[in-house]
Design a protein around this ligand. Structure first.
Ligand SMILES: [Zn+2]
Length: 433
Protein backbone atom coordinates (compact mmCIF):
# COMPACT_ATOMS: atom_id res chain seq x y z
CA UNK A 1 0.00 0.00 0.00
CA UNK A 2 1.41 3.37 -0.93
CA UNK A 3 1.53 6.18 1.52
CA UNK A 4 -0.87 8.30 -0.42
CA UNK A 5 -3.40 5.51 -0.41
CA UNK A 6 -3.03 4.96 3.34
CA UNK A 7 -3.62 8.64 4.05
CA UNK A 8 -6.59 8.59 1.80
CA UNK A 9 -8.03 5.63 3.70
CA UNK A 10 -7.65 7.44 7.02
CA UNK A 11 -9.59 10.34 5.60
CA UNK A 12 -12.40 8.42 4.03
CA UNK A 13 -12.90 5.53 6.45
CA UNK A 14 -15.15 7.51 8.79
CA UNK A 15 -17.25 8.49 5.78
CA UNK A 16 -17.45 4.95 4.47
CA UNK A 17 -18.65 3.74 7.84
CA UNK A 18 -21.69 5.99 7.66
CA UNK A 19 -22.54 5.12 4.14
CA UNK A 20 -25.84 3.40 3.52
CA UNK A 21 -28.42 3.71 0.80
CA UNK A 22 -29.47 7.21 -0.17
CA UNK A 23 -31.95 9.34 1.63
CA UNK A 24 -34.58 11.12 -0.43
CA UNK A 25 -32.84 14.47 0.00
CA UNK A 26 -29.67 13.02 -1.52
CA UNK A 27 -31.75 11.93 -4.45
CA UNK A 28 -33.38 15.34 -4.90
CA UNK A 29 -29.94 16.91 -4.93
CA UNK A 30 -28.63 14.40 -7.42
CA UNK A 31 -31.63 14.88 -9.70
CA UNK A 32 -30.99 18.61 -9.73
CA UNK A 33 -27.57 17.91 -11.25
CA UNK A 34 -29.17 16.66 -14.48
CA UNK A 35 -29.43 19.70 -16.72
CA UNK A 36 -30.61 20.36 -20.24
CA UNK A 37 -27.40 22.26 -20.97
CA UNK A 38 -25.23 19.29 -20.05
CA UNK A 39 -27.24 16.97 -22.24
CA UNK A 40 -26.95 19.40 -25.13
CA UNK A 41 -23.20 19.75 -24.74
CA UNK A 42 -22.67 15.98 -24.95
CA UNK A 43 -25.03 15.60 -27.86
CA UNK A 44 -23.52 18.43 -29.91
CA UNK A 45 -20.38 16.34 -30.00
CA UNK A 46 -21.83 12.84 -30.41
CA UNK A 47 -24.15 13.96 -33.22
CA UNK A 48 -21.58 16.20 -34.90
CA UNK A 49 -20.37 15.54 -38.44
CA UNK A 50 -16.98 14.68 -36.97
CA UNK A 51 -18.44 11.40 -35.67
CA UNK A 52 -19.83 10.53 -39.11
CA UNK A 53 -23.04 8.98 -37.84
CA UNK A 54 -21.26 6.52 -35.48
CA UNK A 55 -21.54 3.43 -37.69
CA UNK A 56 -20.30 0.39 -35.74
CA UNK A 57 -16.81 -0.64 -36.82
CA UNK A 58 -15.82 2.81 -38.11
CA UNK A 59 -13.74 5.63 -36.57
CA UNK A 60 -16.74 7.85 -35.72
CA UNK A 61 -18.20 5.07 -33.59
CA UNK A 62 -14.83 4.50 -31.88
CA UNK A 63 -14.71 8.20 -31.02
CA UNK A 64 -18.16 7.91 -29.44
CA UNK A 65 -17.14 4.94 -27.26
CA UNK A 66 -13.91 6.75 -26.36
CA UNK A 67 -15.99 9.72 -25.22
CA UNK A 68 -18.27 7.52 -23.11
CA UNK A 69 -15.35 5.69 -21.47
CA UNK A 70 -13.57 8.98 -20.65
CA UNK A 71 -16.77 10.23 -19.05
CA UNK A 72 -17.16 7.02 -17.01
CA UNK A 73 -13.59 7.38 -15.81
CA UNK A 74 -13.97 11.06 -14.97
CA UNK A 75 -17.05 10.55 -12.82
CA UNK A 76 -15.47 7.62 -10.97
CA UNK A 77 -17.23 4.55 -12.32
CA UNK A 78 -15.16 1.36 -12.14
CA UNK A 79 -13.92 -0.49 -15.22
CA UNK A 80 -14.78 -4.19 -14.91
CA UNK A 81 -14.01 -5.85 -18.23
CA UNK A 82 -10.99 -8.14 -18.01
CA UNK A 83 -8.76 -7.20 -20.94
CA UNK A 84 -6.02 -9.33 -22.50
CA UNK A 85 -3.20 -7.62 -20.62
CA UNK A 86 -4.89 -8.39 -17.30
CA UNK A 87 -5.96 -4.79 -16.79
CA UNK A 88 -9.57 -3.76 -16.27
CA UNK A 89 -11.17 -1.84 -19.10
CA UNK A 90 -14.32 0.17 -19.76
CA UNK A 91 -14.53 -1.47 -23.19
CA UNK A 92 -16.05 -4.78 -24.14
CA UNK A 93 -14.84 -5.50 -27.68
CA UNK A 94 -16.78 -7.52 -30.27
CA UNK A 95 -17.19 -7.60 -34.02
CA UNK A 96 -19.80 -6.26 -36.43
CA UNK A 97 -19.47 -7.54 -39.99
CA UNK A 98 -15.84 -8.47 -39.32
CA UNK A 99 -14.98 -5.01 -37.96
CA UNK A 100 -13.98 -4.35 -34.37
CA UNK A 101 -16.28 -2.29 -32.19
CA UNK A 102 -17.06 -2.10 -28.47
CA UNK A 103 -19.64 -1.69 -25.74
CA UNK A 104 -18.83 0.60 -22.80
CA UNK A 105 -19.33 -0.50 -19.19
CA UNK A 106 -18.98 1.50 -15.97
CA UNK A 107 -19.73 -0.06 -12.57
CA UNK A 108 -20.61 1.17 -9.12
CA UNK A 109 -20.87 -1.24 -6.23
CA UNK A 110 -23.94 -1.38 -3.98
CA UNK A 111 -23.82 -0.74 -0.22
CA UNK A 112 -25.72 -3.77 1.09
CA UNK A 113 -23.39 -6.67 1.97
CA UNK A 114 -25.72 -9.19 0.30
CA UNK A 115 -27.73 -7.22 -2.22
CA UNK A 116 -24.60 -5.70 -3.77
CA UNK A 117 -24.09 -9.05 -5.52
CA UNK A 118 -27.16 -8.15 -7.58
CA UNK A 119 -26.88 -5.76 -10.50
CA UNK A 120 -29.24 -3.28 -12.12
CA UNK A 121 -28.26 -2.26 -15.66
CA UNK A 122 -29.14 1.05 -17.28
CA UNK A 123 -28.06 1.51 -20.88
CA UNK A 124 -28.46 2.97 -24.34
CA UNK A 125 -26.94 2.22 -27.73
CA UNK A 126 -24.35 4.76 -28.87
CA UNK A 127 -24.11 3.61 -32.50
CA UNK A 128 -26.13 4.90 -35.44
CA UNK A 129 -26.31 4.19 -39.17
CA UNK A 130 -23.25 6.11 -40.34
CA UNK A 131 -22.64 7.84 -43.64
CA UNK A 132 -22.83 7.17 -47.36
CA UNK A 133 -20.36 4.53 -48.46
CA UNK A 134 -20.55 2.57 -45.19
CA UNK A 135 -22.59 -0.64 -44.72
CA UNK A 136 -26.24 0.34 -44.51
CA UNK A 137 -28.09 -0.77 -41.40
CA UNK A 138 -31.19 1.29 -42.09
CA UNK A 139 -30.32 4.61 -43.73
CA UNK A 140 -33.29 6.22 -45.42
CA UNK A 141 -33.10 9.24 -47.69
CA UNK A 142 -34.73 12.46 -46.74
CA UNK A 143 -37.68 12.97 -49.07
CA UNK A 144 -37.54 16.75 -48.64
CA UNK A 145 -34.21 17.41 -50.32
CA UNK A 146 -30.96 17.61 -48.40
CA UNK A 147 -29.59 14.87 -50.66
CA UNK A 148 -26.13 16.44 -50.38
CA UNK A 149 -26.03 15.63 -46.69
CA UNK A 150 -24.11 12.37 -46.57
CA UNK A 151 -24.07 11.91 -42.80
CA UNK A 152 -26.84 10.37 -40.73
CA UNK A 153 -26.01 12.07 -37.41
CA UNK A 154 -28.48 10.18 -35.25
CA UNK A 155 -29.05 12.86 -32.62
CA UNK A 156 -32.28 11.34 -31.38
CA UNK A 157 -31.37 7.78 -32.44
CA UNK A 158 -29.65 7.24 -30.16
CA UNK A 159 -27.46 10.14 -29.18
CA UNK A 160 -30.36 11.17 -26.95
CA UNK A 161 -30.45 7.94 -24.92
CA UNK A 162 -26.66 7.83 -24.71
CA UNK A 163 -26.23 11.34 -23.31
CA UNK A 164 -29.12 10.84 -20.90
CA UNK A 165 -27.37 7.75 -19.51
CA UNK A 166 -24.14 9.80 -19.24
CA UNK A 167 -25.94 12.49 -17.24
CA UNK A 168 -27.78 9.98 -15.04
CA UNK A 169 -24.43 8.37 -14.27
CA UNK A 170 -22.80 11.73 -13.48
CA UNK A 171 -25.68 12.76 -11.22
CA UNK A 172 -25.52 9.38 -9.49
CA UNK A 173 -21.80 9.72 -8.79
CA UNK A 174 -21.48 13.46 -8.14
CA UNK A 175 -24.73 13.50 -6.19
CA UNK A 176 -23.28 10.72 -4.00
CA UNK A 177 -26.30 8.53 -4.51
CA UNK A 178 -25.68 5.10 -3.05
CA UNK A 179 -27.93 2.12 -3.64
CA UNK A 180 -28.15 -1.27 -1.96
CA UNK A 181 -27.68 -3.13 -5.22
CA UNK A 182 -24.82 -2.50 -7.64
CA UNK A 183 -25.43 -0.52 -10.81
CA UNK A 184 -23.92 -1.09 -14.23
CA UNK A 185 -24.04 1.81 -16.69
CA UNK A 186 -23.66 0.62 -20.27
CA UNK A 187 -23.66 1.92 -23.81
CA UNK A 188 -23.94 -0.54 -26.66
CA UNK A 189 -22.57 -0.62 -30.17
CA UNK A 190 -24.04 -2.65 -33.05
CA UNK A 191 -27.69 -1.99 -32.19
CA UNK A 192 -28.56 -0.81 -35.67
CA UNK A 193 -27.20 -4.06 -37.12
CA UNK A 194 -29.62 -6.08 -34.99
CA UNK A 195 -28.98 -5.46 -31.28
CA UNK A 196 -25.52 -6.95 -31.70
CA UNK A 197 -23.87 -5.18 -28.76
CA UNK A 198 -26.50 -6.16 -26.22
CA UNK A 199 -26.70 -9.68 -27.66
CA UNK A 200 -22.95 -9.92 -27.27
CA UNK A 201 -23.17 -8.70 -23.68
CA UNK A 202 -25.80 -11.26 -22.66
CA UNK A 203 -23.79 -14.04 -24.30
CA UNK A 204 -20.53 -12.92 -22.64
CA UNK A 205 -21.64 -10.97 -19.57
CA UNK A 206 -19.02 -9.17 -17.50
CA UNK A 207 -21.15 -9.85 -14.40
CA UNK A 208 -23.36 -12.93 -13.86
CA UNK A 209 -26.72 -12.72 -15.62
CA UNK A 210 -28.26 -14.80 -12.85
CA UNK A 211 -27.51 -11.85 -10.55
CA UNK A 212 -28.62 -9.20 -13.05
CA UNK A 213 -32.02 -8.29 -11.71
CA UNK A 214 -33.31 -5.56 -14.03
CA UNK A 215 -32.46 -3.51 -17.10
CA UNK A 216 -33.56 -0.03 -18.18
CA UNK A 217 -32.97 0.88 -21.84
CA UNK A 218 -33.14 4.38 -23.29
CA UNK A 219 -33.53 4.44 -27.07
CA UNK A 220 -34.76 7.67 -28.69
CA UNK A 221 -35.86 10.01 -25.91
CA UNK A 222 -35.17 13.38 -27.50
CA UNK A 223 -38.24 14.27 -29.53
CA UNK A 224 -42.02 14.65 -29.21
CA UNK A 225 -41.71 16.48 -25.89
CA UNK A 226 -45.39 17.41 -26.13
CA UNK A 227 -46.38 13.74 -26.13
CA UNK A 228 -46.28 11.13 -23.39
CA UNK A 229 -43.09 9.15 -22.95
CA UNK A 230 -43.72 5.50 -23.80
CA UNK A 231 -42.35 3.16 -21.17
CA UNK A 232 -42.46 -0.21 -22.86
CA UNK A 233 -42.11 -3.87 -21.91
CA UNK A 234 -43.45 -3.27 -18.39
CA UNK A 235 -45.12 -6.70 -18.38
CA UNK A 236 -41.67 -8.18 -17.71
CA UNK A 237 -42.22 -7.66 -13.95
CA UNK A 238 -45.21 -6.82 -11.73
CA UNK A 239 -43.31 -4.08 -9.90
CA UNK A 240 -42.56 -1.85 -12.90
CA UNK A 241 -45.94 -0.10 -13.08
CA UNK A 242 -45.83 1.15 -9.49
CA UNK A 243 -42.19 2.15 -9.51
CA UNK A 244 -42.63 3.98 -12.81
CA UNK A 245 -45.65 5.85 -11.54
CA UNK A 246 -43.83 7.03 -8.41
CA UNK A 247 -40.73 8.16 -10.30
CA UNK A 248 -42.79 9.94 -12.98
CA UNK A 249 -44.96 11.72 -10.41
CA UNK A 250 -41.92 12.99 -8.55
CA UNK A 251 -40.68 14.81 -11.66
CA UNK A 252 -44.05 15.60 -13.28
CA UNK A 253 -43.43 13.49 -16.37
CA UNK A 254 -46.35 12.52 -18.62
CA UNK A 255 -46.00 8.90 -19.69
CA UNK A 256 -47.88 5.84 -20.83
CA UNK A 257 -46.92 2.20 -20.54
CA UNK A 258 -46.92 -0.61 -23.10
CA UNK A 259 -47.05 -4.19 -21.77
CA UNK A 260 -44.76 -5.81 -24.35
CA UNK A 261 -42.91 -4.16 -27.22
CA UNK A 262 -41.39 -5.85 -30.29
CA UNK A 263 -37.70 -6.71 -29.95
CA UNK A 264 -36.56 -3.48 -31.57
CA UNK A 265 -34.00 -2.34 -29.07
CA UNK A 266 -31.47 -3.60 -26.53
CA UNK A 267 -33.88 -4.29 -23.66
CA UNK A 268 -35.06 -7.27 -25.72
CA UNK A 269 -31.66 -8.96 -25.40
CA UNK A 270 -31.92 -8.81 -21.61
CA UNK A 271 -35.59 -9.84 -21.58
CA UNK A 272 -34.65 -12.85 -23.72
CA UNK A 273 -32.56 -13.98 -20.73
CA UNK A 274 -35.53 -13.61 -18.40
CA UNK A 275 -34.38 -10.32 -16.94
CA UNK A 276 -37.12 -7.73 -16.32
CA UNK A 277 -36.22 -5.10 -18.93
CA UNK A 278 -37.98 -1.94 -20.03
CA UNK A 279 -37.55 0.70 -22.70
CA UNK A 280 -38.02 4.51 -22.65
CA UNK A 281 -39.11 5.84 -26.03
CA UNK A 282 -40.42 9.27 -26.98
CA UNK A 283 -41.73 8.21 -30.39
CA UNK A 284 -40.96 8.26 -34.09
CA UNK A 285 -40.76 11.41 -36.20
CA UNK A 286 -40.07 12.42 -39.78
CA UNK A 287 -36.29 12.58 -39.27
CA UNK A 288 -36.08 8.99 -38.02
CA UNK A 289 -33.11 7.26 -39.74
CA UNK A 290 -32.67 10.23 -42.05
CA UNK A 291 -29.83 12.72 -42.49
CA UNK A 292 -31.94 15.34 -40.73
CA UNK A 293 -31.88 13.73 -37.26
CA UNK A 294 -29.86 16.70 -35.93
CA UNK A 295 -28.94 17.89 -32.43
CA UNK A 296 -30.77 21.21 -32.80
CA UNK A 297 -34.13 19.46 -33.11
CA UNK A 298 -33.92 17.85 -29.67
CA UNK A 299 -36.18 18.87 -26.80
CA UNK A 300 -33.51 19.17 -24.11
CA UNK A 301 -35.77 20.32 -21.29
CA UNK A 302 -38.01 17.29 -21.75
CA UNK A 303 -34.94 15.07 -21.89
CA UNK A 304 -33.78 16.58 -18.59
CA UNK A 305 -37.08 15.45 -17.09
CA UNK A 306 -36.65 11.97 -18.58
CA UNK A 307 -33.15 11.85 -17.09
CA UNK A 308 -34.46 12.71 -13.62
CA UNK A 309 -37.19 10.14 -14.04
CA UNK A 310 -34.62 7.55 -15.11
CA UNK A 311 -32.39 8.27 -12.11
CA UNK A 312 -35.29 7.96 -9.66
CA UNK A 313 -36.50 4.75 -11.24
CA UNK A 314 -32.99 3.29 -11.26
CA UNK A 315 -32.54 4.08 -7.57
CA UNK A 316 -35.92 2.64 -6.60
CA UNK A 317 -35.20 -0.64 -8.42
CA UNK A 318 -31.71 -0.85 -6.95
CA UNK A 319 -33.07 -0.30 -3.42
CA UNK A 320 -36.10 -2.59 -3.64
CA UNK A 321 -36.49 -4.93 -0.64
CA UNK A 322 -37.10 -8.00 -2.74
CA UNK A 323 -35.86 -9.10 -6.12
CA UNK A 324 -38.17 -8.53 -9.08
CA UNK A 325 -39.44 -11.71 -10.68
CA UNK A 326 -39.40 -11.97 -14.46
CA UNK A 327 -42.95 -12.27 -15.76
CA UNK A 328 -42.91 -11.49 -19.46
CA UNK A 329 -42.57 -13.88 -22.31
CA UNK A 330 -40.02 -12.93 -24.93
CA UNK A 331 -42.18 -10.60 -27.03
CA UNK A 332 -44.78 -12.41 -29.15
CA UNK A 333 -43.88 -10.29 -32.16
CA UNK A 334 -40.42 -11.83 -32.06
CA UNK A 335 -41.88 -15.17 -33.04
CA UNK A 336 -43.78 -13.80 -36.03
CA UNK A 337 -41.62 -11.12 -37.54
CA UNK A 338 -43.11 -8.91 -40.21
CA UNK A 339 -40.20 -6.49 -40.40
CA UNK A 340 -41.81 -3.11 -39.92
CA UNK A 341 -41.76 -0.37 -37.38
CA UNK A 342 -45.11 1.22 -36.88
CA UNK A 343 -47.14 3.63 -34.79
CA UNK A 344 -50.82 3.85 -34.01
CA UNK A 345 -52.89 6.20 -36.10
CA UNK A 346 -54.16 9.25 -34.19
CA UNK A 347 -57.87 9.90 -33.70
CA UNK A 348 -57.78 13.02 -35.89
CA UNK A 349 -55.98 11.24 -38.70
CA UNK A 350 -58.49 8.38 -38.64
CA UNK A 351 -61.23 10.97 -39.08
CA UNK A 352 -59.43 12.68 -41.94
CA UNK A 353 -59.05 9.34 -43.68
CA UNK A 354 -62.78 8.79 -43.19
CA UNK A 355 -62.36 5.49 -41.38
CA UNK A 356 -65.65 4.22 -39.94
CA UNK A 357 -66.26 4.98 -36.24
CA UNK A 358 -64.28 2.62 -33.99
CA UNK A 359 -61.83 1.63 -36.69
CA UNK A 360 -58.17 2.54 -36.69
CA UNK A 361 -54.87 1.56 -38.18
CA UNK A 362 -51.11 1.50 -37.82
CA UNK A 363 -48.78 3.61 -39.91
CA UNK A 364 -45.57 2.02 -41.16
CA UNK A 365 -42.55 4.15 -40.28
CA UNK A 366 -39.88 1.78 -41.56
CA UNK A 367 -39.63 -1.47 -43.55
CA UNK A 368 -36.64 -3.79 -43.07
CA UNK A 369 -34.74 -5.13 -46.02
CA UNK A 370 -35.51 -8.75 -46.91
CA UNK A 371 -38.47 -8.89 -44.54
CA UNK A 372 -41.91 -10.42 -45.11
CA UNK A 373 -43.24 -6.87 -45.26
CA UNK A 374 -40.87 -5.87 -48.05
CA UNK A 375 -41.60 -9.06 -50.01
CA UNK A 376 -45.34 -8.49 -49.98
CA UNK A 377 -44.94 -4.86 -51.07
CA UNK A 378 -45.60 -2.92 -47.87
CA UNK A 379 -44.11 0.55 -47.97
CA UNK A 380 -43.14 3.18 -45.46
CA UNK A 381 -46.09 5.53 -45.02
CA UNK A 382 -48.70 2.84 -45.68
CA UNK A 383 -51.47 2.66 -43.14
CA UNK A 384 -52.50 -0.89 -42.35
CA UNK A 385 -56.23 -1.05 -41.63
CA UNK A 386 -56.89 -4.78 -42.02
CA UNK A 387 -54.81 -7.85 -41.29
CA UNK A 388 -55.83 -11.41 -42.02
CA UNK A 389 -59.43 -10.42 -42.71
CA UNK A 390 -59.86 -8.44 -39.50
CA UNK A 391 -60.07 -4.67 -39.35
CA UNK A 392 -58.05 -2.86 -36.69
CA UNK A 393 -59.94 -1.08 -33.90
CA UNK A 394 -59.49 2.43 -32.51
CA UNK A 395 -58.18 2.80 -29.95
CA UNK A 396 -56.00 -0.28 -29.61
CA UNK A 397 -54.95 -0.82 -33.22
CA UNK A 398 -51.33 -1.58 -32.26
CA UNK A 399 -52.24 -4.20 -29.69
CA UNK A 400 -54.75 -5.86 -31.98
CA UNK A 401 -52.27 -5.80 -34.87
CA UNK A 402 -49.73 -7.73 -32.79
CA UNK A 403 -52.39 -10.11 -31.52
CA UNK A 404 -53.58 -10.97 -35.04
CA UNK A 405 -49.97 -11.33 -36.17
CA UNK A 406 -49.35 -13.87 -33.43
CA UNK A 407 -52.21 -16.04 -34.70
CA UNK A 408 -50.97 -16.18 -38.30
CA UNK A 409 -50.17 -19.68 -39.56
CA UNK A 410 -47.18 -20.73 -41.64
CA UNK A 411 -47.51 -21.09 -45.42
CA UNK A 412 -50.91 -19.50 -45.72
CA UNK A 413 -51.82 -16.37 -47.67
CA UNK A 414 -52.41 -13.53 -45.24
CA UNK A 415 -54.34 -10.61 -46.75
CA UNK A 416 -53.29 -7.11 -45.68
CA UNK A 417 -55.27 -3.99 -46.59
CA UNK A 418 -53.47 -0.65 -46.50
CA UNK A 419 -54.33 2.93 -47.30
CA UNK A 420 -51.72 4.39 -49.62
CA UNK A 421 -52.15 7.95 -50.81
CA UNK A 422 -55.82 7.73 -49.82
CA UNK A 423 -56.46 4.55 -51.86
CA UNK A 424 -57.12 1.05 -50.56
CA UNK A 425 -54.42 -1.38 -51.66
CA UNK A 426 -54.72 -5.13 -51.05
CA UNK A 427 -51.56 -7.15 -50.51
CA UNK A 428 -50.79 -10.72 -49.57
CA UNK A 429 -48.09 -11.78 -47.14
CA UNK A 430 -46.78 -15.24 -46.48
CA UNK A 431 -44.65 -16.64 -43.67
CA UNK A 432 -42.82 -19.63 -45.03
CA UNK A 433 -41.53 -22.20 -42.63
ZN1 LIG B 1 -32.15 3.35 -35.18
Amino acid sequence: MTRVFALWLLLVLPLLAQEGSSTSSDLDGACALIKAGGLEEHLKYLASDELEGRCSGFPGNDKASEYVAKHFEKIGLKPIVESKDGEKSYFQPFKVGGRATRNCLGFVEGTDPKLKEEIVVIGAHHDHVGKKGQPNAGRMDNPRGDKDDTIWNGADDNGSGTVTVLEIARAFMEGKVRTRRSVLFMTFSGEEFGLLGSKHYVSKPALPLAQTVAMINLDMVGRNGDKKLDVGHVATADEWTDLIQKAAEAVGLAYKTTPLTPPYSDHASFASKNIPAIHFFSGFHEDYHRQTDHWNKIDYSNMEKIGKFGLRLLVSVANLDHRMEYKGRSGPASRRKIGIRFEELGEEEAKELKLPEGQGGVRITAVSEGSVAEECGLKEGDIIVELNGKSLPAPGAQTEFRKILRGVKDNTDVPIVVLRGGKRVELTAKWEK
